[in-house]
Ligand binder design. Structure first.
Ligand code: CA
Length: 230
């Protein structure tokens, strides 16, 4: 069951999509043009967007570009609705970062099965190392557990997520805002300071000397970096 935003100007089509996806148990919001759709995406925080390309005012591809350039929206998968006439737009759409497309006219059944497939893909863990090891620190993404020099370290879910995220990108500095949007995703109530609080607790648990951190280092005036090569 997901929050799905439909951006489609033809009301009979958006109505049909809403009716059928709500029947499957999803929570729907509908916008009838691109500007409204972008604004609604920021408040509704959809887990999937169904986007028509031919819209009045801002075109669907511009909506998609803006979504993918917005840290708060870029994670939501997008299914493009496209008329046969706009074949090139469809290809451009996939290049910009849409996840799938459905050609108009479409059957509701087909759209529903694409929705299911895209949501399933989005829920699957990112491919990558299942276990990360670095100088005595072991982060196991399968069992969601951490060991330090062979001893288990008990982390809260967000502490694990933040450590896992940083460890998956050793040597890359992240700003607090980037960490918020990647780790906390759509929780609007967290502040950049929350990141500092979690890092402090994390350091107390995994660093030998929390004042001179070895794994998670501070990048002054910016954010944090997993500073050691695995
Ligand atoms: Ca249209």
């Amino acid at each position: 069951m997901a929050r799905i935003l439909v951006i489609e100007d033809e009301q009979d089509i958006s109505g049909l999509i809403r009716y059928n996806l709500e029947k499957e148990g999803h929570h729907l919001a509908v916008s009838h043009n691109g500007e409204e759709g972008l604004a609604q995406a920021r408040t509704f925080k959809p887990e999937l967007v169904v986007l028509d390309l031919m819209l009045p005012g801002m075109q669907g591809l511009d909506v998609l570009r803006r979504m993918k350039a917005d840290d708060r929206l870029k994670h939501a998968p997008v299914i493009i609705l496209s008329a046969k006439a706009s074949e090139t737009d469809r290809i451009i759409g996939l290049e910009i970062g849409a996840d799938d497309y459905v050609m108009k006219p479409f059957s509701v059944k087909e759209l529903a099965s694409r929705v299911k497939a895209v949501l399933r893909r989005a829920a699957a863990p990112e491919t990558g190392p299942k276990i990360f090891t670095c100088k005595g620190l072991v982060v196991d993404f399968d069992s969601v557990s951490v060991k330090l020099n062979g001893k288990p370290v008990h982390l809260s879910p967000y502490e694990f997520k933040i450590l896992g995220f940083l460890a998956l990108h050793p040597g890359r500095a992240w700003s607090r805002e980037e960490l918020l949007s990647n780790v906390w995703k759509d929780d609007a109530f967290v502040q950049p300071r929350t990141v500092d609080v979690h890092i402090r607790r994390l350091r107390a648990l995994i660093e030998k000397d929390a004042k001179k951190p070895f794994y998670i280092q501070t990048v002054r005036g910016f954010g944090y970096i997993f500073g050691v090569e695995p």
